[in-house]
Design a protein around this ligand. Structure first.
Ligand SMILES: C[S@@+](CC[C@H](N)C(=O)[O-])C[C@H]1O[C@@H](n2cnc3c(N)ncnc32)[C@H](O)[C@@H]1O
Length: 270
């Protein structure tokens, strides 16, 4: 439920496979990347690390711990802003994203900022790195809510992390799935079940193909999915800050002062 609807689509809730999700979301992010970076680039900052639309920054959250000297992988890295923040602090960060256009923006900002994030075009369910290659894996509103096969994704995270390594991610707060994706008062009335995991799907009118997908997991699902491999060390639910009036898709002061919009989880590989 991003802040865009590509060309002419109809919205459905229906089951979709991992392949359908990937084949839809890569091209969707290619189409949307220019607008995304033009709209949100200044807020993100070329070397900034923002966990979500509330604007919570990693320097304040401290979810990753000290990254200096660490090997760090970002899943769904987009234009690499967060990974660049890690680089500036002495970490060896690498980006991974499904969208070539997002990675082209990453190269552009590498050149403009002089802080280079080596990045790879790949999916978070098939990570092209050796096992135990990283001390930290993180994802700021990146791949996790776009993959159908989250178990496979988490298995990949566990595979490339070193023992005791930190995994941290932000996603749309699961409770938001009960509400319409609307930043106004209309987005404050629950209209669907929190426990309905049926994915949000946009179907392109012209081709009939799946054009965009998001997947929902409840908080209990996240705990159950992480528990076999990770020890959860933090769950942050950032409050909407005073004086922050920026609207980002369905995230706004109107809703943010009453209900959480972002969940940030930190967990260590056991
Ligand atoms: C909301 S953007 C977040 C990007 C960046 N973290 C930021 O804060 O701007 C989501 C990103 O996830 C990427 N993505 C979606 N599905 C993915 C997948 N299966 N594997 C890797 N990246 C994926 C998209 O291409 C997009 O760049």
């Amino acid at each position: 439920m991003e802040d865009h609807l590509p060309q002419r689509v109809r919205v459905e809730r229906r089951a979709v496979t991992e392949a359908e999700s990937r084949h839809a979301n890569g091209p969707d992010w290619d189409r949307y990347a220019d607008e995304y970076q033009a709209t949100h680039g200044d807020f993100l900052g070329d070397t900034g690390f923002v966990w979500g639309p509330e604007g919570l920054r990693e320097e304040d959250a401290g979810v990753l711990g000290d990254v200096a000297g660490k090997d760090v992988l970002e899943l769904g890295s987009g234009a690499g802003q967060c990974s660049r923040w890690v680089r500036v602090r002495g970490g060896r960060s690498f980006g991974l994203d499904l969208s070539l256009r997002q990675l082209q923006h990453s190269r552009r900002i590498d050149d403009e900022s002089g802080v280079v994030v080596p990045s790879v075009l790949a999916t978070a369910t098939q990570v092209p790195y050796a096992e135990a290659a990283f001390d930290v894996v993180f994802c700021s509103f990146g791949a996790l809510q776009f993959v159908a096969d989250l178990e496979q994704c988490l298995a990949e995270v566990a595979r490339v992390l070193r023992p005791g390594g930190r995994f941290a991610f932000s996603v749309t707060h699961p409770t938001r799935w009960s509400f319409p994706d609307d930043p106004s008062e209309a987005g404050l009335t629950a209209t669907s079940s929190y426990w309905d995991r049926t994915p949000y799907v946009e179907i392109d009118d012209a081709s009939g193909q799946v054009a965009y997908v998001e997947h929902h997991r409840t908080l209990g699902d996240w705990v159950a999915l992480l528990a076999p491999r990770f020890r959860i060390v933090a769950l942050l639910e950032p409050e909407w800050p005073e004086g922050h009036d920026r609207v980002w898709g369905g995230w706004s002061r109107v809703r943010g002062r009453l209900t959480p919009g972002t969940a940030i989880v930190a967990a260590d590989l056991v």
